[in-house]
Design a protein around this ligand. Sequence first.
Ligand code: C5P
Length: 239
Amino acid sequence: MIERPIIALDFPSKKEIELFLEKFPKTEKLFVKVGMEIFYQEGPEIVSWLKELGHDIFLDLKLHDIPNTVERAMARLANLGVAITNVHAAGGIEMMTAAKRGLQNGTKEGQNVPLLIAVTQLTSTCEEQMQQEQLISVSLEESVRHYAQCAEKAGLDGVVCSAQEAAAIKGATNSEFMCLTPGIRPAGSDAGDQKRIVTPAKARQIGSSAIVVGRPITQSATPFDTYQEIKQAWKEAIQ
Ligand code: C5P
């Protein structure tokens, strides 16, 4: 289990992130998610900078290409010293295995190999879309479960999924397999564009290994207080 909520740094530039981080005590070491928007804007330096500030990083770039390309790209990402990164399970077991190998080979001596997790079906994909556009005829839950098992076979550490899917995945994979869950909202807060949301405590109860929280913290008038409340609710919930 990852004790700290992972804060999604969905900001357009480093300047905005700097302003956001100023609202936290300097001694508070965070676990942050760096996504495509900020990575493509600022480049790998954004990761080095956040690491220098003492934060842990989930680099959410969702790689999906031929195994050789993904392996080589992962070796470069491992070099950045991130804690977690990810691929699309739809790339296949061979691609996921290559991704893992790339991370292992790219990690500097004495450093931890980043955890590697897979995106199963994007939460923006509904069952009807999946069946009509991807020609997958099983239910969305079955597809998600199957992709999670493929990720496990490839030696990955877990998946990104909605908290509602976590129980099914937990039941179908080994006990160490992680479910990182976005779509988290503290009780009574605004859902934004997320449709299937759960509270931090509920996420813990139904099998999340880590929660990813964006707007409830990034758009809060008091981000540090909100962060602490979410962290407390997540940590104190009974599994
Ligand atoms: O602001 P909010 O808490 O909704 O942010 C959730 C974060 O998790 C965003 O960065 C979003 O892109 C990401 N995410 C998600 N659903 C997924 C995978 C990632 O919401 N299935």
